[in-house]
Design a protein around this ligand. Structure first.
Ligand code: 5AD
Length: 348
């Protein structure tokens, strides 16, 4: 196993068979060795820094039917909201005054948010705060639409591929197109966005072989950002009775991805911290270097539950930025308030 880990460290990839072998047979001691290697690569590129992104969950309306997600069209119990453009901008202003230099607009696929509406919000934020970055996490759109949003000033785009197994993708998203999902990622890269992909660990139906394929797909796509976190069931979804994904496997995959894509931006995700809040810091120790505190106003964010138990008041929230800074320091890391672009990224 150590030889495989060394090979991964040196070559920044492994064959599918070796990835499967590693994932299936790694023991605790070898896992520690993997974590140390991943930490050393993180340290080489980012020292002990952690970038912060202020999350603005602007809408929980969604037309999609993702079977795992608490804001999907399946959930009839949910109070739906969308923030007005003024509210989104105001939220960014509050974030800016706290020191945030990246705003992530995340929402369901809400058809009331047209290109023009997004473009107006983006350009307003960018005009007021030219040195801040705007990240979008708004789902699938046409390439023309993505281009408009890029031209309006958006810098980054998050859209997880969720799984590269077409069969599983279609089970998890009965009405969505696998091909369109993958196309979005390539379109976004082509336009010039910093692009983030990723997947859930332990989503029902996922096999170790699928995970190996996900890792190799990510290596091939070569994204700037990679978000992975455990699946957590939500009570108003078809997957309500399934069990959550494992934190240990999530750490292992963060570490492997740090070795495969050494300079990538990898968050220690809210879902990982939802399993147990200390997990966030362990995420940093195994290779993650980003955290995304929530700037969404309280009355809205309580209705933005992608999974059960999602934290809305602890260190995940912006009111607790000072607490987060302190906890990071206690864990040996420090918050870097810079906007934290991918190395050498330039707008096209
Ligand atoms: N558990 C964990 N992560 C989830 N996501 C959606 N629903 C869940 C869930 N139940 C993730 C998806 C999506 C991202 C915004 O949140 O991977 O891309």
């Amino acid at each position: 196993m150590r030889d495989l880990i060394n090979e991964l460290y040196q070559e920044q990839t492994l064959s599918k068979a070796n990835l499967i072998n590693l994932l299936l047979h790694i023991n605790d001691e070898e896992r520690e060795y993997l974590y140390e290697k991943a930490y050393s690569v993180r340290y080489e590129h980012y020292k002990n820094s952690v970038y912060v992104r202020g999350l603005i969950e602007f809408s929980n309306y969604c037309k999609n039917d993702c079977t795992y997600c608490g804001i999907s069209i399946h959930n009839k119990e949910l109070t739906r909201y969308h923030m007005t453009p003024e509210e989104v901008i105001k939220t960014a202003e509050i974030g800016y005054s706290l020191g945030f230099r990246t705003f992530v607009m995340q929402g369901g696929e809400d058809t009331s948010f047209t290109d023009d509406k997004f473009a107006a919000i983006i350009s307003s934020i960018k005009t007021q705060f030219p040195e801040a970055a705007v990240t979008l996490s708004i789902g699938e759109r046409s390439k023309e639409s993505y281009q408009k949003l890029y031209d309006a000033g958006a810098d980054r785009f998050l859209i997880r591929h969720e799984t590269i197994n077409k069969n599983l993708y279609e089970k998890l998203h009965p009405k969505m197109s696998y091909e369109n999902r993958i196309k979005s990622l390539f379109d976004l890269k082509d336009i010039g966005f910093q692009v983030g992909t990723g997947f859930m660990v332990g989503v029902p139906g996922q096999e170790i072989e699928d995970i190996a394929d996900d890792l190799l797909f990510i290596k091939e796509l070569n994204p700037h950002m990679i978000g992975i976190g455990p699946f957590i069931p939500h009570k108003n979804t078809p997957l309500r009775d399934e069990s959550a994904g494992s934190a240990e496997l999530t750490y292992t995959l963060i570490a492997i991805l740090r070795l495969m894509l050494p300079t990538s931006l990898i968050p220690s995700t809210t879902s990982l911290a939802t399993l147990k809040s200390e997990n966030r810091y362990k995420g940093f120790r195994v290779g993650a270097n980003v955290v995304m505190p929530n700037l969404t106003p309280y009355d809205y964010k309580k209705s933005y539950q992608l999974y059960d138990g999602k934290k809305i008041t602890d260190t995940e929230s912006y009111e607790a930025l000072e607490q987060l800074k302190k906890e990071c320091l206690d864990a040996g890391f420090y918050i870097d308030m810079a906007r934290g672009d991918y190395k050498n990224w330039r707008r096209k």
